[in-house]
Design a protein around this ligand. Sequence first.
Ligand code: ADP
Length: 607
Amino acid sequence: MAKTKKFQTETTQLLQLMIHSLYSNKEVFVRELISNASDALDKLRFRALTNSRLAERSQNLGIKIELDEENSVIKISDNGIGMNEDEIVQNLGTIARSGTSEFLKKLTGDKKKDSNLIGQFGVGFYSAFMVAKKVVVISKSALSKSAQAIHWESSGDEKYILKEVDKETCGTDVIVYLKEENKNFTNSFEIKNLISKYSQYINFPIRIDDAGAEVTLNEEEALWLKPKNSLSDEEYNNFYKFLTADQDDPLVHVHNRVEGNHEYTNLLYIPKHAPFDLWNRESPRGIKLYVQRVFIMDDAEHFLPLYLRFVRGVIDSNDLPLNVSREILQDHPLVGSIKKASTKRILDALQYLKDNAFEEYLDFWNSFGLVLKEGPAEDFENREAIASLMLFATSRNETHEVKETLDDYLQRMPSDQNDIYFCVADTFEAAINSPHLEKMKAENKEVLLLTDRIDEWLMTTLVAYKDKPLVNVAKSFASDSDKPKPSKTQQALLEKIKLHLGDRVSEVLPSSRLKDSACCLVLNQNEPGIQLRKILEAAGQKLGESVPIFEINMTHKLIKKLKDLPKKEFNNFVDFLFDYAVIAEGGSPKNPSKYLRQLDKYLSAKS
Ligand code: ADP
């Protein structure tokens, strides 16, 4: 007896989208259905490793395509794992993924981009409704003992029909009844083209009946097992596109077969552009794991560190157990050594790109630089290699370009300079005009200008590069002996200022870093700067108010003026100067209108 059921609301929404908005790249439905069939075959082969009853069913695994031009029907069948009734309802009636609404939000209206998203997001099956007036799925689970199969049927409105039917073998038939205008998909020439475009790297034979003879459309040997020198860039790129559903070529590939104690092959890619969910830490990442050519799992995240989460590809190990699970992977010593070697290979490839194709490297940096900056904290061992890949803006270029490396800096550094200087601010303009840079600029000392949220934290973890300490120019001197010593009369003035400011500042000192500005705020050595403060506070740490050092440019004309003021005006003027320094640090005065009133007054006063 047939039952009618309603789709989950989100599924209906998605179906409507498929039918009404995403029809410009209809052909991808072939890729999606074949990829589902291939997954089902992978699952059966994987289960058969530990289930002798299934071993017999896992012979002659493959995908079959039948075309009926007369009736405009295309049927894609596999003899894979199949589905029972509950699974069909679950898989084809609802969208299990929590991120569906995120997906729906991401749709841009740009048809080409959107259909690319479908592939990345894995809502593949429903893409059949871009071309179909009706879709029938007949499936029999390889795990069930019953002889019955399930027939599922929908016309893409809000409901579907279920009934029991007979089916001899386990696996799934997806039968797509094409709308008249999509009849071309029953043309065998067209289908062959699509298979070679999208599905040639499927690891199971895809067969089609061609004028009475069955032909296999794809190559079955896994691409990554072929010798490097037999593969062209185009083949590598096509495989990447197949793997990731990215429409662009990758930036680089790294392909290695490792022999000896452990045998494995890796084929890793660095994409050109960041995927839409790069910043979502929960989103799938990592690579596909195969053991002796058998597909084991997607998103195997233990083979690469988190800061290389943009890397895509395949690892095929000969030595991991076939029944390996995520839990086993976590502690498996072999995984550790593959991770170490793969990390090194990716870092080397990036280094090579930076040294030999800088323009391309710049693209990479713009897409993934921020992720790479997480590296030194996560991967202490490689921190110097990662640091050498970083690009910075520096005070050397008044333009905003981010393209200098730490090695460039070291090369230009005068022999009497021992430290690498950096300045952190919210914007490039704030950094380059920071009072902390005035003397440095006058003395032609180069300063790295850092404006990413993560930068101060990054520098704190790096500490040094090639034995040269990284020094924040907004911080106090590391040793007391470097502190400028005030004269007796200066001392009296400084004490008077400190008396008025009280515990707003920890010290008032004459400055050796200022040239044009009257004063500035300097952080104590162990105090976090504004950016790090924000990160720490966001992470729930309670930090007391910052108590900076107030540094005074003793030769500045405003300071000279200060000396002779009567007490009340002296105090007002000190408040004004303090706010002036707060503003230069990217902060705002506690009482902005008071600050502005004072400014008015000083501007209109006759000097
Ligand atoms: P995805 O494949 O990304 O999970 P789909 O919407 O394409 O998303 O498919 C939903 C689910 O339906 C799959 O995860 C799978 O469990 C099931 N499925 C689809 N096609 C098949 C098939 N040919 N054989 C077995 N299960 C299938």
